[in-house]
Ligand binder design. Sequence first.
Ligand SMILES: Nc1ncnc2c1ncn2[C@@H]1O[C@H](COP(=O)(O)OP(=O)(O)OP(=O)(O)O)[C@@H](O)[C@H]1O
Length: 305
Amino acid sequence: MEPILDIQKLTKRYGPKAALDNVSFSIAKGSCFGLLGPNGAGKSTTMKILTGILSADSGSVHVFGINAFKQQRNVQRQVGYVPQEITLYDKLSANDNLEFFGRLYGIKGQLLKKRIHDVLLETGLLDRAKDPVKSFSGGMKRRINIACALLHQPKLLILDEPTVGIDPQSRNHIFEMIRHLRDNGVTIIYSTHYMEEVEVLCDDIAIIDQGKVIAQGTLDELFASYAQKAVFVEAEGPFQPDSIHAIKKSYPRNHGWVLETDQPIEVMKTILDAQQSELKLKAIEMIRPSLEDVFLSLTGTRLRD
Ligand SMILES: Nc1ncnc2c1ncn2[C@@H]1O[C@H](COP(=O)(O)OP(=O)(O)OP(=O)(O)O)[C@@H](O)[C@H]1O
């Protein structure tokens, strides 16, 4: 698929510390791309460089084939950016905030009115248009912040940790909006440290840690390369995991055993056969890998730490 964004060897230092160290990735048109990493990994720095808020020390960024460092305005017209910090005027109504941001994008008159109506509808806040933003919950403010970034109908939407500190209802609303935008051809870059969000939302993922992209691919590709398949079994009677050839490693968990294997189906079959003679099975299931396992296998630390 055609890349809509191509980043090559991006570096950025703050004094002696490298916030980004040779970061490269590209994003296919129409996908929802997840940039996953712990706090301080370099996600915001990457996003700020993409949008021209920060300059890079070296490397290149091309958006829609345009050199973003040389033709910043041209790129900005096609990109919507939702920063991590909420940037709204608390005393103004949702409508007035949107008018202000719409004018910054050069939208005026009837078109601006229509766009404000449309983005309020998309974010589910049409009935709160006239209320001051200070009366909104954190999640509603976040949705208005996203609405601001959608006014000029960008083809690429960049969201920096949009669900931090918000209620589940707003979070679900944001997910629905993102899916709807993607289905309508908008390419999404979604930065987060919540791996569960990336698992349910993103087509392609880059994992970033300490300023470096340490893995990239679809969920299935990341699981295949970095997560160990396993079976969980709980049984009464003599059970010796070492006797099953396909088990690479086993360890106890919650009254049962985790059996690491590249052939989970075969291992399950062997245990189910043994059950008829000597084992009394209480539970057997395949353990679904998670991005937590991928991160652990790549870095030796947990993403949640
Ligand atoms: N203005 C700055 N001056 C000095 N160091 C900075 C500055 N901004 C970011 N950093 C450092 O650069 C590194 C990357 O920060 P960045 O904000 O990009 O990470 P992040 O993945 O977005 O994490 P978070 O979710 O915590 O913002 C961190 O070590 C951070 O402390």
